[in-house]
Design a protein around this ligand. Structure first.
Ligand code: SAM
Length: 234
């Protein structure tokens, strides 16, 4: 317990697989077995994970739409001594996923928060990309509106590290074209698709080449994009 923590309860931030079930850690499994209940983004998704792990546990929904109210409720349970595991559908909770409000509430109320690290698409893509890792920024999902996206991309053109972002299958081609227009078609990138899954693909090269390759693929899957600093290539 933290020196000034007022409860024996705590919040565990449990990272879950981004595709490959084998990536769940033994510490994550132990936490899921021993917690009082699980707060998760989608009870069906976490329910499936639990049934594959043969764990039975009470699940409550904690998602973007109810985050505010649920954060207070869950913090109250922790304050009363409950051990709560927080999971998102995939990867690390709080990272482009619900969780931040609950973690903040726990800190405000001096309740213990314990990270159970594990899979995360952004860091997995960065590590496998071959692009510089000494300095990087994480932009998460770019805004829906092109004008806002342009503004953001403009402001990062001269960044000296790599830029990591998430994109949906519906927008990936459009976003690649926009990046090419703003940062130039020679900008070096890595498009990581379906990481840890059977159709995993890691495309690296000039963005113009990656766009061409991508246009020949099925276009399906989950994508993380890493953009290299200006003038970087191999
Ligand atoms: N919390 C998650 C994490 O720690 O990585 C991210 C959740 S965010 C809602 C989902 C996005 O992450 C997807 O749209 C995609 O851009 C990226 N992503 C998730 N799984 C991925 C995978 N297996 N391969 C590539 N990108 C992935």
């Amino acid at each position: 317990m933290l020196p000034d923590s007022k409860s024996s309860g705590c919040l565990y931030l449990v990272a879950s697989p981004i595709g490959n079930l084998g990536d769940i850690s033994s510490r994550a499994i132990e936490t899921l077995v021993n917690c009082d209940f699980i707060a998760c983004e989608d009870t069906r998704v976490t329910g499936k994970l639990l049934s594959r792990l043969e764990i039975q546990k009470k699940l409550i929904s904690y998602r973007e739409e109810n985050e505010k109210a649920k954060s207070l409720q869950i913090a109250q349970e922790i304050e009363q001594g409950k051990k709560v595991a927080l999971l998102s559908d995939a990867g690390y909770p709080c990272i482009s996923d619900p969780g931040f409000r609950l973690v903040r509430e726990c800190h405000i109320q001096k309740l213990k928060v314990i990270p159970i690290p594990g899979p995360n698409a952004a860091l997995t893509a960065l590590a496998v990309s071959g692009l510089p890792t000494h300095q990087y920024t994480y932009l998460g999902f770019l805004p829906k509106k092109s004008a806002q996206t342009r503004k953001i991309l403009d402001s990062w053109i001269a960044f000296e590290g790599s830029i990591v972002l998430y994109e949906s299958k519906y927008k990936i081609q459009k976003t690649l074209l926009l990046i090419s227009e703003i940062m130039g078609e020679d900008r070096f990138v890595c498009l990581a698709r379906e990481l840890t899954k059977s159709h995993e693909s890691i495309l690296t090269g000039r963005i113009a080449e990656v766009i061409e390759q991508q246009s020949k693929s099925s276009g399906k899957g989950e994508f993380t994009l890493v953009i290299a600093p200006q003038d970087y290539s191999f």
